[in-house]
Design a protein around this ligand. Structure first.
Ligand SMILES: Nc1ncnc2c1ncn2[C@@H]1O[C@H](COP(=O)(O)OP(=O)(O)O)[C@@H](O)[C@H]1O
Ligand SMILES: [Mg+2]
Length: 340
């Protein structure tokens, strides 16, 4: 995050554990990052690396059996990690909101769009039904929905996937939150609709000034949207910084591996998914030593197998979690090399 932007959210030492039949799952391990006011922070990595659990932890929407711990999670100057579930529930939908991959998980199928939008506003703003309805129409128009007044009477299943996602965004923004978390918001949509939704988020951010935590496995989306990036692997952040730092001077072999799966840098569109790095993401169940990526890494040596690999400072806010020397190679030839 640049020095002159004020931190809206400071996550310090966030971990999420959960008992599963196979043992103790370390879904998120000691994750720390900051999100500046009005900025877009992208959390990127393959499926199963802990992105969703991180976002659910911030909203305190984790599965019941999951346990959260953190040194602190400062949001607008208050520590979410020390708040009661009731206090956090008051912030949700008001100061912070969440957009899910599948809006049907958040929209209630038995209520109309209008009722659901209005309910948020009535609850948090103690607005009258009439005020809430006017606000709902305003928000539907802002997210580009035509004939907004008529849409209010429709049910979620009557809308296309793209429209439902717009409704979800409208609902999230009813109370003008300062933070929106969007977890793979376009993954389920057609490519052209994906682009529209991303453009819409950018437009609304420019108008309303909210910060966005955008979770994606798609580097094309990161390139289009991010002010700041963190790459996650095995429940930890393995590299972070500006997009220029993280992708221009990628230092973690995992980041390089992700990039090697892209066709050509700069040509990535939102439809472009990650290719595959040989091997699979590790199970996060049980105790693990060393770098979680070492089984897939061409450079791994003895030093990679012990303890917790520390974050190293590459300067200017760029960090990476690898014992290999920085500059062991960067650029595309090194990307290929990292995967051989
Ligand atoms: N409800 C659940 N029950 C058991 N394990 C889960 C559950 N949700 C996620 N996990 C596990 O937690 C880890 C992190 O998952 P998740 O945060 O969903 O990753 P991502 O969003 O990056 O794909 C993975 O090992 C995943 O298998
Ligand atoms: Mg996920």
């Amino acid at each position: 995050m640049s020095a002159n932007s004020q931190a809206l959210l400071q996550v310090d030492g966030l971990s999420v554990e959960m008992d599963v039949p196979a043992g103790l799952l370390h879904a998120v391990s000691d994750v720390s990052f900051e999100v500046g006011s009005g900025r877009t922070f992208c959390l990127v990595g393959e499926s199963g690396c802990g992105k969703t659990m991180t976002s659910l932890a911030l909203m305190q929407l984790l599965p019941r059996k999951a346990r959260l711990s953190a040194r602190r999670i400062l949001f607008e100057g208050r520590d979410l990690a020390r708040m009661s579930p009731r206090e956090v529930a008051q912030l949700r939908g008001d100061r912070m909101g969440m957009i899910f991959q599948d809006p049907m998980t958040a929209l209630n199928p038995v209520y109309t769009v209008g009722d659901q939008l209005a309910e948020v506003y009535v609850r948090h703003r103690r607005a009258s039904r009439g005020q809430a309805r006017d606000r709902a129409v305003e928000l539907l128009e802002r997210v580009g929905i035509m004939s907004a007044g008529q849409r209010l009477a429709q049910y979620p299943h009557q809308l296309s996937g793209g429209l439902r996602q717009r409704v979800m965004i409208a609902m999230t923004l009813m109370c003008e939150p300062s933070l929106v978390i969007a977890d793979e918001p376009t993954t389920a949509l057609d490519v052209t609709v994906q682009v529209q939704i991303l453009q819409l988020l950018k437009k609304l951010q420019a108008e309303m000034g909210m910060a966005i935590i955008l979770i994606t496995h798609n580097l094309g989306v990161v390139a289009r949207m991010a002010d700041d990036v963190a790459v996650m692997y095995g429940g930890r952040i393995v590299e972070s910084g500006s997009p220029t730092q993280v992708f221009g001077r990628a230092s973690h072999p995992y980041t390089r591996g992700l990039m090697a799966c892209m066709p050509t840098r700069g040509e990535a569109g939102p439809g472009q998914r990650l290719g595959s790095i040989p091997g699979t993401v590790p199970s996060l169940v049980g105790e693990h030593q060393g770098c979680a990526f070492r089984n897939r890494c061409a450079h791994a040596g003895d030093a990679c197998g012990h303890g917790v690999i520390a974050m190293r400072d590459a300067g200017g806010g760029h960090h990476y979690r690898c014992v290999l020397a920085a500059g062991a190679g960067s650029g595309r030839h090194a990307v290929q090399e990292a995967l051989q």
